[in-house]
Unconditional design. Structure first.
Length: 286
């Protein structure tokens, strides 16, 4: 797994329907635990606004996502394209695989979580078959044996929280975040993907006084294979890749302070990182 981790860790370490009305923390939660041995997740959940309470006992944390394989595609073939899409040793092959993934599966988001913390992730699910995956394991042996199947049973939706982060496309084809200047720690935040590709919304703490320009300079340097002082002081927490036209809710007890809101995925039309095309913002967590 490469693009889904922040570059600092990687170097040391993409709407098929109208936006879903994702639920709140009042939705009953089901537990997902990531251990060294793999994922421990439920076999069934109730449809509608479903909350996953995600924890990691793995020191590396986790990047837990929920996907649904489209009809006509086999899980192992789709996972092979996931592996190719995040393999930076073959850039053209990775971009081609990323384009195929949009036709092969729907990504419902999920949560990036650091070891020892809990992140609630809520989305609206229709009845059917899904797969839970730790994207951190992409690129490591035995990925197909580490994913977990999930059956979603009938249920009812809940209302969405008021705080909202939106990914949308510009007239020029780029992707931009629209987010409030402040977000409440420990309260549910709805993320909507109105862009043209599957995408993510990751929060990383930055040093006090960090400017947007400094974050941009670091992103540009990393994307070009260079080096620059990292403005980040901690690891990634937030929403992992989610397909266009979907929404999810994230709740995490983040420490108050300044954060960068970033996507580390690549634009599979241009080959450049979305962040290097301006898809990042600075916000304050209170």
């Amino acid at each position: 797994m490469r693009t889904l981790m922040i570059p600092a860790l990687a170097l040391a370490l993409a709407f098929v329907a109208a936006p879903a009305q994702a639920g709140t923390s009042e939705t009953p939660a089901v537990d997902v635990l990531v251990e060294d041995s793999g994922l421990n997740s439920p076999a069934t959940v109730t449809a509608g606004a479903t909350t996953f309470r995600i924890r990691s006992a793995d020191p590396e944390g986790a990047y837990v996502g929920l996907v649904r394989i489209r009809p006509g595609h086999a899980l192992r073939d789709v996972l092979a394209d996931v592996e190719r899409a995040f393999d930076h040793a073959d850039r053209e092959g990775a971009l081609a695989a990323a384009r195929r993934l949009s036709a092969e599966m729907v990504l419902y988001g999920g949560a990036a979580v650091q070891a020892g913390m809990v992140v609630d992730y809520t989305t609206v699910l229709a009845p059917g078959a899904y797969v839970v995956i730790d994207f951190k394991e992409v690129g490591r042996p035995g990925l197909a044996d580490k994913v977990r199947r999930l059956r979603v049973l009938p249920g009812l939706p809940h209302r969405s929280p008021s705080a909202e982060i939106v990914l949308s496309g510009t007239a020029a084809g780029a992707t931009r975040f629209t987010a409030p200047p402040t977000l409440p720690s420990g309260r549910p935040v709805r993320v909507v993907n109105r862009s043209r590709q599957y995408n993510e919304a990751i929060l990383l703490p930055v040093r006090p006084g960090t400017t947007r320009e400094q974050v941009g300079a670091y992103i540009t340097a990393v994307s070009e294979g260079g080096q620059a002082p990292s403005p980040f002081t901690g690891g990634p927490v937030g929403l992992v890749p989610m397909s266009p036209g979907h929404a999810a809710v994230i709740r995490a007890d983040l420490a108050p302070g300044s954060y960068a809101l970033v996507t580390w995925l690549r634009d599979y039309r241009t080959g450049r990182m979305h962040a290097d095309q301006g898809t990042y913002e600075l916000i304050t967590v209170e």
